[in-house]
Design a binder for this molecule. Structure first.
Ligand code: ZN
Ligand code: ZN
Length: 643
């Protein structure tokens, strides 16, 4: 009998029989979370626990709490869903069923469309599939055999997927009792591993996200190893629904989307006020940090995109136009424009670091099925910047950007996580260059005592990067800011500067964004604040409410006074009662309401109501104005934001 050595991450090395399965290995060793293990990395490749080990290998067991483990858990839950659906609706045709960021979905073509009311029934059938604790067994089918099998079953979408597999690739299937699905895996060992689940929604989805394909029905779900975690998650979902930026945008009249321009948002006056405040803050901070602002065209000659590499690598996501028998592309990124400005004059080492910022609108073609409010759009504005510098300036510049990002996010009350991504398999530049660049980025983070994760191999092909993941009020994370070192662009555009030695050299480039996309950032803000923006961002900051018609002229005077102070103020002169006016102002999430009655007219004071704190009482008018100036100028956060 042959033996192999298995090195278990976070544990000892283990001598065991060749062919041992991961599940058997787990039973043999004392692993602290053995009951929670759902899959494993074997020599860096994620595998089913049913897989056997043939060679000496390195094993890392994964639980639901590892992001990759959760994916296996959710993806397997999607098979449980498909299994249940096929039992209840044998004529339903299967699409695909991936894990997504928070759960899973499976796409089906039902002979008669189902409704949300049917989900409960499907959930009950899923419970049966789970109670039967059916093993998921991987097997390979011959290609023609697979085609016959899925054709007999009428699974036209699966046939399409098989036809697209490269000829040399095996057709991998999984047997789950009587149910066979085409899938690469990996999966949980058996359906009984799924402990708590919920189907969370039903939506229409084009097959493969494209409108030329049939419309399928997508069932969304989520699952957890413990009931209490599911419960907590569902509560968060409820809260997230209330905060959905698309719903709040309608209520607060911020933006809209129209069929005439799918994925390209239309900003309404209220939305533009917030947009301008975000821009204003951005400009102020960039000026302080020594940036210069540029603006480059949307439409650029295709030759430029060939030179930048976008033509080759990014064409599918670009929009084109042919004018005067010349091909143009609408920019999907701002970099090439910034490079042309760099090239517009001779650069010297004395100009460095050169920091050029651009609020640049870009267009990227995304599949219509993936579009989502302002979160995922086809047209958006990046708060881009390109920094040109000497190699020895990189450390300080990266540090400066990190400080800036920290200042930005703290203004909005966002926590964040930092991730450093290193050299991917396919990369430009020498390994030494990469190692050096990664070590510089690491040093900057370490010198600032910042916690960060390392994502091996996740860097851009042209250089390593630091990503910033925001954590919102509901604990959800969003990648927004990024700092990328670039070795490639200076070569492609033949960028040079004259050094102190009088010779020409290549500068180092950093690309960076802080908001990321303005549109998406705005969506995050809407959901984070549940529409109750800090006063500096609120479209209307103060609402003046006359108690009766007798105080109209006084209310208008007060409004004018506040307007002249630079505040965004309105007066509600409708002949409604005060209660109704307060309710309406609350619904609009206006930070301050000033009630003007006979008493206030005589005393020259104002009765202040705050949207969160309620009645604050009588305040001297001038005091109120000063207080509001301070709150706005210091961009203070609202209290009890996350209550
Ligand atoms: Zn699968
Ligand atoms: Zn760039």
């Amino acid at each position: 009998m042959a033996y192999i050595n298995v090195e278990i991450e976070g544990n000892s090395s283990h001598h065991c029989l060749q062919g041992i399965t991961l599940l058997e290995l787990l039973n043999e060793v004392s692993f602290k979370n053995s009951g929670k293990v759902v899959a494993a990395y074997v020599d860096g490749e994620i595998m089913d626990l049913a897989s056997s080990l043939e060679n000496t290998s390195k094993v890392e067991f994964l639980t639901f709490d590892d992001p990759e483990g959760a994916k296996v858990y959710w993806h397997t839950s999607s098979h449980v869903l498909a299994h249940a659906v096929k039992r209840l609706y044998p004529a339903a045709r299967l699409g695909i069923g991936p894990a997504i960021e928070n759960g899973f979905y499976y796409d089906f073509e039902f002979p008669n469309a189902i409704s949300a009311n049917d989900l409960e029934n499907i959930e009950a059938e899923m419970q049966k599939v789970i109670d039967e604790d059916i093993p998921l067994e991987k097997f390979i089918m011959e290609r023609d055999e697979a085609e016959v099998y899925f054709r007999e079953k009428g699974e036209k979408f699966k046939l399409e997927l098989i036809a697209e597999l490269p000829p040399e690739e095996e057709v991998t299937c999984y047997r789950e009792g009587e149910f066979i699905d085409l899938c690469r895996g990996p999966h949980l060992p058996s359906t009984g591993y799924v402990k708590a689940y919920k189907l969370t929604g039903l939506a229409g989805a084009y097959w493969r996200g494209s409108e030329i394909n049939p419309m399928l029905q997508r069932i969304y779900g989520v699952s957890f190893p413990e009931k209490k975690r599911l419960k907590k998650h569902l509560q968060l979902l409820e809260e997230a629904k209330k905060r959905d930026h698309r719903k709040l945008a309608r209520e607060l009249d911020l933006f809209s989307l129209h069929q005439e321009a799918p994925g390209c948002p239309f900003f309404h006056p209220n939305g533009m006020i917030i947009w301008h405040e975000l821009e204003h803050f951005w400009r102020e901070e960039h000026k302080k940090a020594g940036y210069q602002e540029i603006r480059t065209p949307l439409l650029l000659d295709c030759d430029l995109w060939k030179r930048s590499g976008h033509w080759e690598h990014y064409q599918e996501n670009m929009y084109f136009s042919n004018l005067d028998e010349k091909d143009y592309a609408i920019k999907p990124m701002n970099c090439p424009g910034a490079m042309l400005i760099y090239l517009s004059q001779m650069r010297s080492y004395r100009d460095f670091p050169l920091r050029i910022a651009e609020l640049g609108q870009v267009h990227r073609h995304e599949l219509s099925g993936t579009l989502h409010g302002l979160m995922r759009v086809r047209s958006f504005t990046q708060d881009d910047a390109h920094l040109f510098m000497l190699p020895e300036q990189v450390e300080e510049e990266v540090g400066g950007i990190i400080d800036m990002i920290d200042r930005f996010y703290s203004v909005f009350g966002f926590d964040y996580k930092i991730e450093l991504s290193t050299r991917p398999e396919k990369s430009m530049g020498s390994i030494e260059e990469w190692d050096k660049a990664v070590s510089i980025l690491k040093t900057v983070l370490e010198n600032r005592n910042l916690d960060f994760m390392i994502s091996e191999g996740e860097g851009a092909f042209y250089g390593p990067k630091i990503d910033f993941h925001l954590r919102d009020c509901l604990g959800r994370t969003w990648q927004c800011g990024t700092i990328q070192l670039d070795f490639q662009m200076p070569e492609k555009f033949d960028l040079t500067y004259v050094g102190s030695d009088g010779e020409e050299h290549r500068p180092v480039i950093i690309h960076r964004v802080i908001y990321g996309a303005m549109e998406r950032f705005l969506a995050l803000l809407i959901e984070h604040f549940a529409g109750a923006f800090p006063t500096w961002l609120a479209p209307v900051q103060v609402m003046v409410l006359p108690l009766t018609d007798n105080q109209h002229s006084h209310a208008l005077e007060l409004k004018e006074r506040l307007f002249n102070e630079g505040f965004r103020v309105e007066a509600d002169l409708r002949s409604e009662n005060l209660g109704k006016k307060i309710r309406d102002a609350q619904l609009q999430k206006i930070p301050y309401m000033l009630v003007v009655g006979e008493k206030e007219v005589e005393s020259g004071r104002v009765a202040v109501r705050h949207r969160n704190e309620g009645d604050i009482g009588q305040v001297d008018k001038e005091d109120f104005i000063n207080r509001l100036h301070t709150e706005i100028n210091f961009r203070q956060l609202p209290d009890k934001m996350c209550s």
